[in-house]
Design a protein around this ligand. Sequence first.
Ligand code: NAD
Length: 495
Amino acid sequence: MNATTTPPAPGSLRAYGHYLDGRWTPAPEQGEGIERVAPGSGGRVAARFASGTADDIAAAVHAARRAFDTGPWPRMTGMDRGRVLLRLAALLRTHSEDFARLEAEEVGKPLQLARGDVAGCVEMFEYAAGLAMAARGDVHTNLGEDFTAWTVREPVGVVGMITPWNFPLLQVAQKLPFALGAGCTAVIKPSELTSSTTLELARLAEQAGVPAGVVNVVTGYGKDVGQPLAESGGIDQLSFTGSTTTGRAIITASAAHATRLSLELGGKAASVVFADADLEDALDGVLFGVYFNQGECCVSGARLLIEDGIADDFVARLVDRAGRIRVGDPFDDGTEVGPLISQDHVEKVLGYLSGEILGDARIAVGGSVLNDDAHGSGDYLAPTVVDGVHPDSRLFREEIFGPVLTVTRFRDFEEAMDLANAVEYGLANTVWTKDVDKAIRAARRLRSGRLWINTTIDGSVQLPAGGMGASGYGREMGQAGFDEFTELKSVQLRT
Ligand code: NAD
C-alpha cells in the first residue's frame, strides 16, 4: 500500500495489503494476491489485493475485539463519535471524484453513476453522525409507584461486514457509519472483485480520527476469509450483503455461535404498469429501473408486469428505446450502460437467453454480446427485452443480475399483485398508476421491504431498506439501520 493521502488514479496499477489494527500489511507483488482486471478493458489489471486467510481474519477480529472491550471508541460520547463521522464525510466529499473513478473502473459502471453513489455515501456518514449525536433511550414511569424503568441501546459489539461488488462503497456505507455511530467496531470483508474503495475508506477513517482497531479490512475470496469471519466466535454480529445462496451458507456457518445476523440478499423486483399510468413516466422509469448499473442491482425492476390493453404498444416503444441505449466505456460522457463485472458473469446472463430456459419466450431486442470495434472486450451485453415470459419460467423467478427485462401481461389488479408476489424474493417493487386508491391497495398487497409508486430506485438515507422472504432480514439506513447495530436493554428499578 502506498503512503499517499489521496486515492491512486484509475489507470495506474494499485496494490493493497490488509488494514489491520491501524496498520497496513505488505501489498502483494506481481504474480501474488488477487489481480482485478478492469471490466471492458480487454484484460488490463487495475488492482492487486492481498488474498487473505483465516489467520488474517483472526488477527482482525482480535484487534476489533480489543478496540471494543478496552479502547476509547465505545466509551466516547455520541457527540464525539458524531464529530469523527462528520470529519470522515467531509474527507470523502473532498476526494469524491477519486473514489468515483476507482469505483467506475473496478465495477465498470458509468462514471456519472459512480459520482452519485459516492455522494450518497457522504450522506450516509452525515446522517449516521446525527443519529449518533441524538441516540437516547426511554423512561417508563407507569409500572406502579414502586418502580422506575428505562431502556438503553448499547452497541452490539464487534460487527463483521461482508459486501458485494455491484455498489462496493455504498454497501459498506449502508453499514459502517451506522455501526460506528452506535459505538461498534468492525471487520470488513469487501468483494474480491472491487476492494479498492473500501480500503481507501479505511485510510480516510484513520485520517478522520477513528482509533486503531475500530475499522479493519481483510481482502480475499469468500471461502478463504468470508467463511472464517462468519464462523468466528469473536464477532457479535455479521452484517452481510450478497446473494441469497451465500446468505444461506452464512446462516449455516454462523450457527455454531448463534451469531446475530442481518442479511441483505438477492431480489427480483417487478415494475407493475397499469393502463391508467402516465405512460411516458412509466416508460422512462421501467427503462431506468432495469438497465441502471447494467441491471447489476438488487432492486433492479427486472420483471415488467403490464396490463393487457396497453401492452403491445408499450412494449413496442420500450423495445425501440432499449435498442437506442448508449452502451460503452464507463468513462465516456453519455455512456448509460457499461460492461458487466466479468466474463463469468456475462456467461451466466447469456445462459438465461437461450435453449431450455428461454423456452417459448421471445427476445424482442438485445440478447447478445456486442462485438464491434468499440465493444471488443466481450463483456458488453446489449440491453435486452424478453417478451412473453411465463410466470413458471426461470427467467421470471431467478435473479439474472444483468440488463435483461422480462415482460409478462396481466388482466386485472388481482392478477398483477399475484404475479408480483409469485417469487421467493421480497426486496422491492414499483407500481405505475394515477389512481391513488389503487396505489394504496398495491402498497398493502405487495410483499417487499421497499415499494416505489410513480418513481423507482429512489434511494434516501432516511428510509430503511431491507428484504422479506428470500431477500433476507434486518434493515439498513434510517433510524432502523442504526438500531440494527444496538442491543436493546431494559432496566427495572424498585425503590
Ligand atoms: P456473493 O454472494 O457472491 O458475494 C458477496 C460477498 O460474499 C463477497 O464479498 C464474497 O466474497 C463473499 N462470499 C462468497 N462466498 C462466501 C462464503 N461462503 N462465506 C462468506 N462470504 C462469502 O454476491 P455478489 O455476486 O458479490 O453480489 C451480487 C448479489 O448481491 C446479488 O444477489 C444481489 O442481489 C445481492 N445484493 C443485495 C443487496 C441488498 O441490499 N439486498 C445489495 C447489493 C447486492
